[in-house]
Design a protein around this ligand. Structure first.
Ligand code: NDP
Length: 288
């Protein structure tokens, strides 16, 4: 039976470090770090994320400035807002809550964020640094996945790591983060499934990360005995949330497994706050 990897259990130590950093920052600069959040329209899921971020930020002593725009706001207006926040010295980090309504090009808005305020780590320059092993801001969900894998204490060198899902915020950054630990990394996507090869790759995984968004697509019986299994997926099925991996059977085969909810999710928001405090220190020339 697998050991549960619960994000919440790791947040205590991370929170304590962040609180100390924020306190020191406030003492040295005379102000708390500020996170500006741009929300467009009334997406229910986005609303849940922003309230979680606000709660976490304020609990740590970070000022959370939510800028809410109606669903009919134009791309030009949003670009103007990002520019204004870029030049506002009181703002240390900017996050655009995705998805924006369909008439807005999400990428155009996110990539307009000043590189040293890009606390989601999705600006091309920050992604380039990640590729070079010099990451300044690691995309938050990918960072949370690595925290959980590191918490197992298992040496990944020479093992097979399989990621399912190649999004820019999860799967792709994980390729480079995992490679730094020297496993053999394979990334699967819809093309792998179409070719009928997903099961074969999953069966080979000593470390499996699923970030797909398809409820229980990965069957528990495919999990290699003793594998580390990280389920990023959050899928609403009726009244419950489930992951991308069939949990009950996977639990009997894995050595470590994340539950959904309660695995990756609780850590993600603290990774965002960690990026924010790093951004604030960078802007003020504070090292360490
Ligand atoms: P995206 O929709 O951006 O990407 C999904 C990926 O899954 C794509 O690469 C897609 O392949 C792949 N995929 C889809 N269907 C299949 C299939 N049948 N077989 C193999 N691969 C498939 O999703 P995100 O990365 O944004 O999110 C993934 C999941 O993680 C979602 O459930 C989301 O809610 C959750 N999430 C959780 C977070 C947390 O904090 N816990 C944070 C962010 C996301 P292709 O590229 O070929 O289309």
């Amino acid at each position: 039976m697998a050991t549960l990897l619960q994000g919440k259990q790791l947040t205590g130590k991370i929170k304590a470090t962040l609180e100390a950093d924020i306190k020191e920052f406030a003492q040295r600069t005379g102000s708390a770090p500020v996170l500006a959040s741009i929300e467009v329209g009334d997406n229910k899921g986005v609303g849940i994320y922003t309230s979680m971020q606000k709660k976490a930020a304020e609990g740590l002593g970070i000022e959370y400035r939510l800028k809410h725009f109606t669903g009919s706001t134009t791309e030009k207006e949003l670009i103007g807002q990002v520019k204004q926040l870029n030049s506002d010295d009181s703002v240390n980090g900017i996050i655009v809550q995705l998805p924006c309504p369909a008439h807005i090009d999400d990428r155009k808005i996110s990539q307009g964020i000043r590189v040293d305020k890009d606390v989601e780590g999705i600006h091309p320059e920050n992604l380039g640094k990640l590729l070079l092993g010099q990451a300044r801001f690691i995309p938050c969900t990918a960072a949370a996945v690595m925290e959980l894998i590191n918490a197992t204490g298992i040496d990944l060198s020479g093992k097979n790591a399989v990621i399912v899902g190649r999004s820019e915020i999860v799967g792709k950054p994980l390729i480079f983060l995992l490679l730094e630990k020297s496993p053999t990394v394979t990334i699967c996507h819809s093309g792998t499934s179409k070719a009928g090869k997903l099961e074969e790759f999953v069966r080979s995984a000593d470390i499996l990360v699923a970030a797909i968004g398809r409820p229980a697509l990965i069957k528990g019986s495919w999990i290699k005995e003793g594998a580390i299994v990280i389920d990023v997926g959050i899928n609403q099925v009726g009244d419950t949330l489930i992951g991308d991996i069939e949990f009950s059977t996977a639990m009997t085969r894995a050595s470590f497994i994340t539950p959904v909810p309660g695995g990756v999710g609780p850590l993600t928001v603290f990774m965002l706050m960690r990026n924010l405090i790093n951004a604030a220190k960078l802007q003020k020339g504070i090292s360490g």
